[in-house]
Write a protein that binds this ligand. Structure first.
Ligand SMILES: *[C@@H]1O[C@H](CO)[C@@H](O)[C@H](O)[C@H]1NC(C)=O
Ligand SMILES: *[C@@H]1O[C@H](CO)[C@@H](O)[C@H](O)[C@H]1NC(C)=O
Ligand SMILES: *[C@@H]1O[C@H](CO)[C@@H](O)[C@H](O)[C@H]1NC(C)=O
Ligand SMILES: *[C@@H]1O[C@H](CO)[C@@H](O)[C@H](O)[C@H]1NC(C)=O
Ligand SMILES: *[C@@H]1O[C@H](CO)[C@@H](O)[C@H](O)[C@H]1NC(C)=O
Ligand SMILES: *[C@@H]1O[C@H](CO)[C@@H](O)[C@H](O)[C@H]1NC(C)=O
Ligand SMILES: *[C@@H]1O[C@H](CO)[C@@H](O)[C@H](O)[C@H]1NC(C)=O
Ligand SMILES: *[C@@H]1O[C@H](CO)[C@@H](O)[C@H](O)[C@H]1NC(C)=O
Ligand SMILES: CC(=O)N[C@H]1CO[C@H](CO)[C@@H](O)[C@@H]1O
Length: 836
């Protein structure tokens, strides 16, 4: 299929080529050819680009422009490689390659060349048809042209024929879009990769505050755009960007000066110059004139190794120049080839051998006046050499030369293209192959200018390799313009300290003030502009970059305070058991009887039960322990307290009520009043507990609110109505106890328990008030220990003040434990009372 645009090109072909065939000799567009079995075309800028605006439809005559050394070397490199292949007995044996070379100094010369490439063998025209599958143009492949701008034209035309085209210097990334340029390949990496490498270099030296300028053509504009896009992704800020205009005959020179002025004012220390050498030369002339110093200039492959820029007077004042260059590979033999060529041309004069026929100036070269071959020229020449070899290797395969003899069958350019795309070969120890976009899989060198006497040389300071992808910098080779050879700094704001977030000031991300991350938040390195909160089970101190797990805390079985409490519990338990033993052995003595008789065992039993319940308070709280511990204590304590109430009541009633209300007393004794009272009282407390448990039971919970770095495992302590009722009920029993005790405070000493009961109840109240007070101010893990302590105090209070004195009498004062003594004291009491 042909596009309308291409049809116009073809119409143009006839006009242009006809014109060309009319004008012979000198004014003919420069071209140079040597026949062979297969012809490879080359397009080289042997003359510089013409800058004039066209006024008549003519192909530019390149010889009227300046001679271009660089293009000359490239052209010779192509001849050199073809001759080498012709000489080779391995590659394409018995097959001679010819070539046809065009000087592409302008778009019109380039288009002329492109159309000639696709014209038919032996004819100077393109045959119009809509299917070029079996079309056989005179050349089989094209090497060149040099610039992306020219390559766009050639690649569109050759793309229609699927004629292989390999450029050695066109770097624009759009040329890699195979949908648009299906037959385009190149031996120089594309700018997209170059931009990536530039970014890597900026990142390596921590330069985040930069300016970027580019030349006013596809190369510069596209490069600048890609570079800008990538800087945004990589948190590098572009403080200033500009397009450097073409300066012709001094026009627009003022604009360039303006750009340099603006550059100075932004205060950046690093400038990336994405430009062609021609524009870079004009730009750096302005830079030196404006006395801009102390800068780092980061260049692209097109100019950074070129003498065009390094030869500018006073260039050494501008600071450090470093640049990207395509991997430096020498091309041994090229220099000799060029000299040999000059000599042979002189001697024989035959047209076939006159290898400098391409231009008039070339014909006058002597070995001494040959243009110098710089590292940049050599490197570009190697790209040409590689391109020619790629075609030769593909042709070698296509012709089946691997078997020893090449078949000379017909083939079409699109068949050769398929081979070239999949070719892989080694050249000067370098493996050459193309990726699926037609780009070479090669890396870059990073170079820095170094002044050696009066001239510049470039020193490799590192390289970018593609497998694996990465940048290597040789720090030893770095020579900065700064004092002490320090790496120049180009940042907008100083880096924040660890754990500080950035707060952007203004439009640039790189300009910010630092702000501390408060506690319970942290700075995730993936977002430097925000402190993120920690998860609920985590905590962090202020100015932190991570969150820490909170420690899980509860009353461990083994910690000292728990061991102390456990010992006390065991002591309590043993004491209670000892008292039980003593009481059992002396169950019929008056002291035990007066203490309540069998009721004492109920009391002791409930105390032991409460004591055992204490073990529920240690270790990780479980559903069971949380649910049981408080009610069990409350019920046990109620049982015990009920017994005390009954006992006090009985003493009072015997001494005071029996006489006054005998019927009531009889009823109380006969109907087993004490037992009923104790049962009913305990039942009430039990019902309250059941209501509590079923309505709002205490459950295990994790408290992460009260301590920032701890999670406390504890039982929920909710103050519900039932809980209050329970407390009130115990309070009520206590009050009863007091009342009865004080009613009988004048009773004989061995019946008078007022002091000891008051004492134990006081301990109880004091312990629990202390506990609740602590609970209000302290929510840590030791609150459980305080709780245990309060319970222990309550239990010890009763044991020590009520039971221990009785044991004392039983064991050590047997004289007081006799019926006689008790009767005496009762008689004394009665006598005293009567005498009152
Ligand atoms: C090719 O062979 C000829 C003759 O053997 C020799 O003079 C010439 O230098 C060779 N060229 C190259 C590029 O090797
Ligand atoms: C090269 O071609 C010549 C004649 O065309 C033939 O005699 C010779 O055998 C061929 N050599 C090889 C290696 O094919
Ligand atoms: C183009 O020509 C080739 C052979 O000459 C043929 O095989 C192919 O079908 C043609 N394509 C179209 C679209 O006609
Ligand atoms: C760039 O910054 C990083 C981290 O701040 C530092 O480790 C590195 O040394 C710096 N690189 C240079 C070349 O100063
Ligand atoms: C640059 O410096 C030179 C000499 O140091 C001076 O003559 C010239 O005026 C300066 N140019 C500018 C633009 O400052
Ligand atoms: C290729 O590598 C080998 C061994 O590493 C070396 O001897 C040879 O000189 C190299 N050749 C070139 C052209 O660099
Ligand atoms: C930081 O953020 C990244 C991406 O959002 C996430 O993958 C990573 O887990 C975060 N790091 C921390 C410590 O939260
Ligand atoms: C924090 O706790 C989680 C689970 O709770 C665990 O997976 C993680 O390993 C802990 N991290 C550290 C640093 O201990
Ligand atoms: C272009 C070129 O160098 N052609 C030569 C290739 O090699 C054969 C034989 O070696 C010569 O005859 C050609 O002139």
């Amino acid at each position: 299929m042909l596009f309308p645009k291409d049809l116009i090109f073809f119409l143009y072909t006839f006009v242009v080529l006809d014109l060309a065939s009319l004008g012979q000799t000198c004014d003919q567009p420069s071209e140079f050819s040597v026949p062979g079995d297969y012809i490879i075309a080359g397009a080289f800028p042997v003359h510089s680009e013409t800058m004039n605006t066209k006024s008549s439809p003519e192909v530019d005559v390149c010889e009227r422009s300046d001679f271009n050394d660089h293009g000359y070397h490239l052209f010779q490199a192509m001849r050199f490689s073809i001759e080498e292949i012709n000489n080779s007995s391995h590659l394409l044996p018995n097959v001679t390659l010819g070539y046809e070379i065009y000087d592409t100094c302008s778009e019109s010369a380039n288009l002329y060349a492109a159309l000639d490439f696709v014209s038919l063998h032996d004819f100077r025209y393109v045959k119009m048809q809509n299917n070029f599958t079996s079309y056989q143009p005179k050349v089989i492949a094209v090497i060149g042209p040099d610039s992306s701008e020219l390559a766009f034209t050639t690649a569109s035309i050759l793309g229609v024929f699927l004629m292989p085209q390999i450029s050695y210097e066109a770097t624009n990334e759009v040329l890699s879009v195979k949908r648009l340029y299906p037959s385009f390949l190149r031996t120089i990496p594309n700018d997209k990769l170059q931009v990536e490498v530039l970014i890597l270099v900026l990142q390596y030296f921590n330069w985040t505050w930069i300016a970027i300028v580019g030349s006013d053509n596809d190369y510069g504009r596209q490069g600048l755009q890609s570079l800008y896009d990538l800087t945004v992704e990589n948190e590098i800020c572009v403080a200033y960007q500009a397009i450097i205009p073409y300066v012709t005959n001094g026009q627009r020179a003022e604009e360039v000066k303006q750009i340099v002025n603006s550059l100075r004012q932004t205060g950046v220390r690093v400038v990336v110059v994405f430009s062609t050498k021609r524009v870079a030369k004009v730009f750096f002339e302005a830079v030196t004139q404006k006395n801009v110093t102390q800068m780092v200039w980061l260049g692209t492959e097109d100019w950074s190794m070129s003498p065009w820029v390094s030869d500018i007077p006073n260039i050494e004042t501008i600071g450090t120049v470093m640049g990207i260059s395509v991997k430096q590979v020498g091309l041994p033999g090229l220099r000799e080839f060029e000299s040999a060529c000059v000599n042979s041309g002189k001697n024989s004069g035959s047209q076939m051998e006159n290898c400098n026929q391409i231009c008039h100036k070339c014909q006058s070269f002597s070995p001494q006046s040959l243009p110098t071959l710089s590292a940049f020229d050599l490197q570009a020449s190697f790209n040409v050499y590689t391109a020619v070899y790629a075609v030769a290797h593909a042709l070698h395969e296509l012709l089946g030369c691997g078997s020893g003899a090449c078949s000379r069958g017909t083939f079409f350019p699109w068949q050769l293209l398929e081979r070239i795309r999949s070719i892989s070969f080694t050249l000067h120890n370098q493996t050459i192959y193309f990726d699926k976009e037609g780009d070479p899989v090669i890396g870059y060198d990073i170079a820095m200018w170094e002044r050696t006497r009066e001239s510049w040389s470039s020193v490799a300071i590192g390289s970018f390799h593609r497998n694996p992808r990465g940048l290597d910098i040789i720090t030893g080779n770095l020579k900065w313009h700064t004092k002490d050879n320090q790496v120049p700094v180009s940042i907008c704001s100083k880096e924040c300290e660890a754990g500080e977030m950035r707060m952007q000031t203004g439009v640039h991300q790189c300009c910010f003030v630092c702000k501390l991350c408060p506690k319970m938040t942290f700075l995730n390195k993936s977002n430097l502009y925000e402190c993120q909160p920690c998860l609920t089970h985590e905590w962090s101190p202020p100015k932190s970059e991570t969150c820490f797990n909170k420690t899980i805390e509860y009353l461990y079985w083994t910690e000292p305070i728990a061991l102390a409490l456990l010992s006390a519990t065991i002591v309590l338990f043993l004491l209670a058991m000892a008292i039980v033993l003593v009481f059992v052995l002396n169950v019929n003595t008056p002291v035990v009887k007066s203490a309540g008789g069998k009721m004492c065992f109920t009391m002791l039993g409930s105390l032991v039960c409460a004591c055992c319940n204490l073990f529920c308070y240690f270790g990780v709280p479980t559903k069971m322990t949380c649910m049981l511990r408080q009610p069990v204590f409350a019920i046990s304590y109620t049982v015990c307290l009920s017994c005390l109430v009954v006992r006090s009541f009985q003493v009072v009633s015997i001494f005071k009520l029996a006489a006054k209300f005998p019927t009531f007393y009889d009823f109380w004794v006969k109907k087993n009043g004490p037992t009923i009272f104790i049962c009913v009282s305990s039942a009430i407390q039990m019902i309250i507990s059941i209501i509590w448990i079923s309505s709002q039971p205490s459950v295990p919970m994790e408290d992460s609110d009260h301590f920032e770095n701890q999670i406390i495992l504890q039982c929920s302590e909710s103050i519900s109505a039932a809980a209050v009722l329970e407390i009130l009920y115990i309070g009520l029993l206590s009050i009863c106890c007091f009342v009865f005790c004080y009613l009988g405070k004048d009773l004989p000493e061995n019946y008078n328990e007022a002091k000891c009961i008051t004492f134990s109840l006081l301990i109880y109240f004091f312990a629990w008030i202390a506990f609740f007070t602590t609970y209000i101010v302290y929510k840590g893990k030791y609150i459980t220990a305080v709780n245990v302590l309060a319970i222990l105090a309550s239990l010890f209070g009763i044991l020590v003040s009520y039971f221990v004195p009785k044991c004392y009498v039983i064991l050590l004062r047997r004289d007081l434990n006799t019926t006689e003594y008790f009767q005496t004291s009762i008689q004394n009491y009665t006598r005293n009372k009567n005498s009152d």
